[in-house]
Design a protein around this ligand. Structure first.
Ligand code: DON
Length: 308
């Protein structure tokens, strides 16, 4: 299988369609991004990286950060986290509040905003917000083996200014006793994790531990146990694309996590870590061309977890 040829073919197929979908415009820093960009990076568990298009351009990883914060929270608190957040797909939008009241402030899963805010509250335990942000940034640099990765402060500040729904979610959970720190402290960390800027190449490196039984084959670092890597992948498959998770599993067949910046991290267990980016979003807020590129990739490689 010639992976370079495959990623080149995918980028060529996407070229005439650049700009499709609707770019996130809730903050100026995202609204002003050139929609006509597409990047793809595939890093195999043997440590080879294949790229096409704008694979080295940093973008706002947004909700993809939720996978890595979940990894940190599991490292800190282990399976006890599941008393405060569920493991079921929500079938609702990423920022939905409707289920929270019925379910007594326990969010459905760690990848919707409410669940991610609870996870961030756990990572914050015993730290000042600044330290928790530093811990997250160091973790991402360690995973990607790249100290040039930074947080876009302007994005973080804008998120803070416009994040009324997140403030509502955090306070609502606080009322149920499922947030242990003040909403503004937790959200300060949450908005910074969303504002991390990474390229497809960096993101594909950072996700490798999930493709390789918990160990990053590029650095040899053991990040999580094999069992934990398998379980995080299961959550990404069932919950990683919000109310589009079923469709993504049907079309792509890989654990994946999307962000409103237009990035998607997808994991082909035992094979590769894949990052794709194109800013235009589909109806459920996932990268339109990114999802299609991944569908093409699994068709060509036979990497769907459900078989060829
Ligand atoms: O918290 C928010 O709503 C945004 N900063 C991130 C949401 C996001 O990426 C949802 N994913 N598609």
């Amino acid at each position: 299988m010639n992976l370079q040829e495959i990623v080149d073919d995918i980028a060529s197929a996407m070229k005439p369609r650049l700009g499709e979908g609707k770019i996130a415009d809730y903050i100026p820093e995202l609204a002003r991004i050139d929609a006509k960009q597409f990047g793809l990076a595939v890093t195999t568990v043997d440590g080879e990286t294949f790229t096409a298009g704008d694979a080295s351009v940093p973008f706002s990883i947004q909700s993809i950060s939720k996978v890595f914060m979940l990894t940190l929270a599991l490292g800190k608190a282990g399976e006890s986290i599941w008393s405060r957040v569920g493991r079921e797909p929500s079938g609702s939008a990423f920022n939905s509040i409707v289920q929270l009241e019925h379910e007594h402030g326990i969010p459905r899963n760690p990848f919707i905003n409410a669940g991610a805010i609870v996870i961030t509250d756990m990572v914050l335990a015993g730290h000042a917000p600044r330290e928790a942000i530093g811990e997250f940034l160091r973790f991402m640099r360690y995973l990607a083996d790249d100290d040039s990765i930074t947080i876009d402060e302007k994005v973080a500040r804008s998120e803070q200014k416009t994040g009324y729904r997140n403030v509502a979610l955090a306070n609502f959970m606080h009322a149920f006793g499922n947030l242990h720190h003040a909403a503004e402290l937790v959200l300060g960390v949450y908005f910074h994790q969303c504002a991390l800027a990474m390229s497809c190449v960096q993101l594909s490196h950072a996700g490798l531990y999930l493709a390789n039984r918990g160990t990053n084959p590029l650095t040899g670092f053991s990040v999580v146990s094999e069992k934990r890597a398998r379980r995080i992948n299961a959550l990404m498959l069932t919950c990683g694309h919000y109310d589009g998770s079923g469709d993504f599993a049907y079309r792509v067949g890989l654990p994946g996590k999307s962000g409103v910046g237009g990035g998607i991290l997808a994991i082909a267990p035992g094979k590769a870590s894949i990052a794709v980016w194109s800013p235009g979003l589909n109806k459920v807020g996932n990268s339109a061309l990114g999802s299609e590129a991944l569908e093409m990739l699994t068709q060509r490689t036979g990497w769907s977890v459900f078989g060829h």
